[in-house]
Ligand binder design. Structure first.
Ligand SMILES: [Fe+2]
Length: 243
């Protein structure tokens, strides 16, 4: 299993506060069945601004320790870019997920679709594919808004099946409204990364419902833990309950 979104590096963002904590997180991720983890520290101007070389150095240092301790986990680099008005400052120095063309991006809670479309189009022009980090946590996609939006019930299901014939069909009782941004993202064949804690209800019912809804549409292409701490990993996999 590959974890496509994880804050495993120590002291670089709001992830683990020490190398020891990173090691224990890695140990538990391996125990949970992961063999590869993308280390994706935040890139948020004014808050977390480590440069790409620091991320790579942090990964090689941590990988060396894990190898020494016999923890079988391969670390790869990436970033989680915050799609605010400062994002364009980084457009010529973007770090996609290692060995891929995917760029992990987080849509801010208070934004508007036009800005999202402009920024993602700029990423495309860099020959990269935007990967939306945990869209189920973004209120633009909350299940209620998507399913209850009035009139013009364009068929997202048809669109999805045209683009990806193998995508799972919608539950029959659900009318799908035209969430234009969601339509646009699917049409452009961007990637969608779900957070495991969303499905487990760790962020609450609304996000869980949205995750299940987006999953029922078949939009998710990748999955991640978005783990930030040892406590978070313990909670996610129930290891603390086993002790
Ligand atoms: Fe994250």
């Amino acid at each position: 299993m590959t974890d496509y979104h994880c804050h495993l590096l120590p002291c670089i963002d709001d992830g683990p506060a020490s190398v020891d904590e990173s090691i224990e997180m890695a140990r538990l991720l391996s125990k949970a069945g992961y063999h590869t983890v993308y280390c994706t520290p935040h890139m948020i101007k004014g808050l977390y601004e480590a440069d790409n070389d620091s991320v790579k150095k942090g990964i090689s240092d941590l990988q060396e320790v894990l190898n020494r301790k016999g923890i079988a986990l391969k670390l790869l680099h990436g970033r989680e870019y915050f799609l605010d008005s400062n994002f364009m400052d980084y457009i010529n120095d973007l770090m996609p997920l290692e060995n891929t063309s995917y760029l992990l991006i987080e849509i801010p809670p208070h934004t508007y679709p036009g800005m999202v479309e402009d920024s993602l189009s700029a990423i495309k022009r860099q020959n990269l594919i935007p990967m939306l980090a945990h869209p189920e946590r973004c209120e633009l996609f909350f299940e209620k808004q998507v399913t209850d939006a009035p009139r013009k019930k364009a068929s997202l299901k048809n669109l999805l099946q045209r683009i990806n014939p193998s995508s799972r069909p919608l539950p029959p009782q659900k009318e799908v409204s035209d969430n234009k941004l969601l339509f646009w993202l699917i049409q452009n064949q961007f990637a969608f990364q779900s957070n495991l804690p969303s499905f487990k209800g760790i962020y609450g019912e609304k996000i869980q419902a949205t995750a299940r809804y987006l999953d029922s549409l078949g939009v998710y292409t990748h999955s991640g833990t978005d783990a930030h701490s040892l406590g978070g990993v313990n909670k996610l996999f129930g290891f603390d309950e086993l002790q």
